[in-house]
Design a protein around this ligand. Structure first.
Ligand code: 5GP
Length: 209
């Protein structure tokens, strides 16, 4: 007797499309740390390395943290359509190189984009159906201020500029699909893993036999 189970499994897996996993949230909320830890426990996921005109911080590695460049080169790349999205943030450009993302998606790999809210809006305009959008929050305002000051990577002016953006960034929360509150890091990483795994097991309409 043919139970059709094998055919269903084949069908379900054949339509599972790779996703763009967008992670946004205020500077200092801990997006990068959550993403890096989650990546160690996920397979078939790539992290997009952005390009920026911001100078490297101590310890940042070219090609791993960012591709660092200057304004003129960044603007040439904009003209050539090299970015999936880009934005200006505190006087610097930040952008997602398009070629890497397209290659990974075509190879069936999910891609994580750790980007701010204006960039997320641009991705939403073209890729809404394939996006999983996560907004990371610190447990409190006091905590956010303490984290930004404590990491000693920014000047007091740069910290003030980052904090000024928070209200505007949080106003975008309704456009996102999920939130993570980064109180205990291990819980936040578990939340991220749960979101990605649940999205992968979702039954897409086309997969119904
Ligand atoms: P930071 O200077 O702290 O590394 O990054 C500043 C902000 O820019 C963060 O919110 C970070 O997520 C965001 N960002 C990093 N790369 C990109 C990018 O490629 N595109 C956009 N739109 N934002 C980015």
């Amino acid at each position: 007797m043919n139970l059709s189970i094998d055919a269903h499994i084949q069908q379900l897996q054949s339509v599972s499309q790779a996703s763009l996993i967008v992670v946004s949230g205020p500077s200092g909320a801990g997006k990068g740390t959550i993403v890096n830890q989650a990546l160690q426990r996920l397979h078939d996921v790539r992290l997009s390395v952005s390009m920026t005109t911001r100078p490297p911080r101590p310890g940042e590695v070219e090609g791993q943290s960012y591709f660092f460049t200057d304004h003129a080169h960044f603007e040439t790349l904009i003209e050539h359509g090299a970015f999936l999205e880009y934005a200006r943030y505190n006087g610097n450009y930040y952008g997602t190189p398009k070629a890497f993302v397209m290659e990974a998606l075509q190879a069936g790999q999910d891609v994580i984009l750790e980007i701010e809210v204006q960039g997320a809006e641009q991705v939403r305009q073209n890729w809404a159906a394939r996006m999983v959008q996560i907004f990371v929050l610190p447990p409190s305002e006091t905590d956010l201020k303490a984290r930004l000051t404590g990491r000693q990577t920014e000047s007091p002016e740069a910290i003030a500029q980052r904090l000024e953006k928070v209200t505007q960034e949080c106003a975008q929360i309704p456009h996102y699909d999920y939130y993570i509150i980064n109180d205990q890091l291990t819980d936040a990483v578990d939340d991220m893993l749960a979101i990605v795994r649940a999205e992968r097991q979702k039954i897409k309409k086309e997969s119904v036999l």
